[in-house]
Design a protein around this ligand. Structure first.
Ligand code: AMP
Length: 211
């Protein structure tokens, strides 16, 4: 299965990606996670990305595209992959399409998680992230529901002033890729409402109808 998730920040892409990747036994490739782990490790890539991430802006395409191509060239994607947070604009979508076509492994589905903006702001501003495993928790939680780690923090870009900018960037730059995948005939849309297992189930049902 070769698929990607698209949807605004806070739609639950990371959480759903984890469950779907486990269900289909494919690697979960999150560009945001790769950037954050590079930031933490103080690599050159992390330093390049930091200023953009702190402002809620997109890291330049040249940096991001090369990073994704390197990742997709690794052996664990032989049975497929789940991209989360990439592509974030139509230029990235074009680069991805060309790369996958060259490798004769075209994308099979773009799964859109759809959610109203008011719900996003509520979710993101109360989101805390586990420093150990990166899983999200609710504000007020004392330990991570995924790994039981106790170091939960608020991502710089989950602070209210940055959220507004991220939503604007999503509307202006990322939302157009939905039409791109619709015209490719591989768009599937589900509402990102309900419990986590309910949304996962809807996603699996939608994906099971793939030709
Ligand atoms: P995320 O965890 O997906 O919300 O990503 C966090 C931040 O990483 C974004 O706000 C961007 O600054 C950067 N980022 C992640 N994915 C991309 C991408 N595909 N293109 C450019 N920047 C990205």
């Amino acid at each position: 299965m070769r698929l990607l998730l698209v949807g605004p920040p806070g739609a639950g892409k990371g959480t759903q990606a984890q469950f779907l990747a486990a269900h289909y036994s494919i690697p979960h490739i999150s560009t945001g996670d790769i950037f954050r782990s590079n930031l933490k490790a103080g690599t050159e890539l992390g330093n390049q990305a930091k200023a953009f991430m702190d402002r809620g802006e997109l890291v330049p395409d040249s940096v991001t595209n090369d990073m994704v191509k390197d990742r997709l060239a690794q052996s664990d994607v032989a049975n497929g992959f789940l991209l989360d947070g990439y592509p974030r604009n139509t230029a990235q979508a074009e680069v991805l399409r060309a790369f996958l076509e060259e490798n004769k492994t075209p994308l099979q589905a773009a799964l859109e998680l759809s959610i109203a903006p008011v719900e996003i702001i509520k979710r993101l501003s109360s989101r805390r992230t586990c420093r150990a495993c990166g899983a999200p928790s609710e504000a007020g939680a004392t330990k991570c529901s995924s790994c039981a780690g106790t170091d939960l923090y608020q991502r710089e870009d989950d602070k209210e002033e940055v959220i507004a900018r991220r939503l604007q960037v999503y509307e202006e730059q990322t939302a157009p890729i939905i039409a791109f995948y619709q015209s490719e005939g591989i768009l599937l849309t589900i509402p990102a409402l309900g419990t986590v297992p309910e949304i996962t189930e809807q996603a699996i049902t939608a994906l099971s109808n793939l030709a």
